[in-house]
Design a protein around this ligand. Structure first.
Ligand SMILES: Nc1ncnc2c1ncn2[C@@H]1O[C@H](COP(=O)(O)OP(=O)(O)O)[C@@H](O)[C@H]1O
Ligand SMILES: [Mg+2]
Length: 322
């Protein structure tokens, strides 16, 4: 069975298992050896919980201590022009997203499981022709499957780890939504970098109050956006990012694979690719087509997103703890 057939049949099995409520709504499976399928239930916004659970409070303070050190270490490398923005962590938590401010613990668990193999491969030794493993692209077949949701949650989850800094890039230039999802106002970014060679990354990058997390927004919209994304300037920029931040996880929230060709171009620069599949909605045909476009890339992971929440099943997420 080809990788694609295995993936598609795995997705079918997960789909029927979820629909029939026959088992836990979440499972991790190996598609070929290096691939992961992870099911993420559709999150309903969580009711704010106060006080913050003790375990998370401890994690937050460890994170804060680490983040200060990381910020100190980073400061000399960044120009003073880099702006800092405040993420409203309580708002994010209330929207059901991963933050150090606790929230839906099953979601924290889901992203802990998703990030583990990605982090392992990010800095693994590689052959001279391998793409940098720390460049991770989040894509999907079609719009609306949860790329931005997964990119933001993954970035946040990794930024909360000791020893890792994260750069989240909004490369879905036709439908940018990272800043909106985070409740931040529009800002210059990737598009501006691609059209103005006097601009430097540090001029458009945003540091955040999560000191280990920086954001490169999509930037000023232009009708040439998709063309710019597939340009040789973009190729040079991705190479520059890989060389400039070799110790950083760089997450690209990317366009969908089936509508335009940019995602394929982007994929050719990435060390790892994560394809988000929307449960119940994306057809097997679409998944197969999208996976065909990624044929030849070895590090393709699947996330099965927005699975139906099954009442009473949430405790089973603890199964993945550790
Ligand atoms: N697991 C999930 N639980 C709840 N809402 C989700 C989940 N995944 C995505 N969404 C929501 O679905 C919508 C589309 O997701 P989004 O990440 O914007 O898709 P894309 O970036 O692929 O176009 C958004 O409103 C997002 O908040
Ligand atoms: Mg998006």
């Amino acid at each position: 069975m080809s990788i694609i057939e295995k993936a598609a049949s795995r997705i079918d099995k997960q789909r029927s298992a979820t629909s029939a409520a026959a088992g836990p709504a979440t499972s991790t499976a190996t598609i070929p050896d290096s691939d992961v399928v992870r099911a993420i239930p559709s999150a309903s916004p969580v009711t704010p919980v106060a006080p913050v659970a003790p375990v998370m409070a401890a994690a937050a303070s460890v994170h804060a201590a680490h983040a200060t050190a990381a910020a100190e270490a980073e400061r000399p490398a960044q120009k003073s022009s880099t702006r800092r923005v405040e993420l409203d962590l309580a708002r994010m938590r209330d929207l059901g997203m991963v933050t150090a401010a606790a929230g839906r613990t099953s979601l924290l668990e889901d992203f802990r499981v998703i990030k583990r193999p990605l982090l392992q491969r990010a800095f693994a030794e590689r052959a001279p022709n391998d793409k940098p493993g720390n460049l991770i692209m989040i894509t999907s077949s079609l719009p609306g499957e949860g790329k931005t949701y997964c990119a933001v949650n993954l970035a946040m989850s990794i930024a909360m780890e000791l020893d890792h800094t994260v750069l989240l890039i909004d490369a879905d230039v036709a439908r940018p939504s990272v800043l909106r999802t985070l409740g931040l106002p529009a800002h210059r970014g990737l598009m501006d970098l691609l059209v103005d060679d006097k601009l430097d990354m540090a001029d458009v990058m945003l540091r955040t109050n999560v000191d280990t997390l920086s954001i490169l927004p999509a930037g000023t919209s232009t009708p040439r956006a998709t063309e710019l994304l597939a340009s040789s300037t973009m190729t040079s920029l991705v190479n520059e990012i890989a060389n400039r931040y070799p110790d950083r996880i760089v997450i690209f929230d990317s366009p969908p694979l089936l509508l335009t060709s940019e995602s394929r171009v982007l994929a050719s620069h990435m060390g790892q690719i994560v394809m988000v599949v929307e449960a119940q909605t994306t057809t097997q045909h679409a998944v197969k087509e999208a996976l065909h476009q990624l044929e030849g890339y070895s590090n393709v992971n699947l996330i099965y997103n927005k699975t139906r929440e099954i009442p009473g099943i949430e405790e089973t997420y603890d199964y993945h703890y550790g």
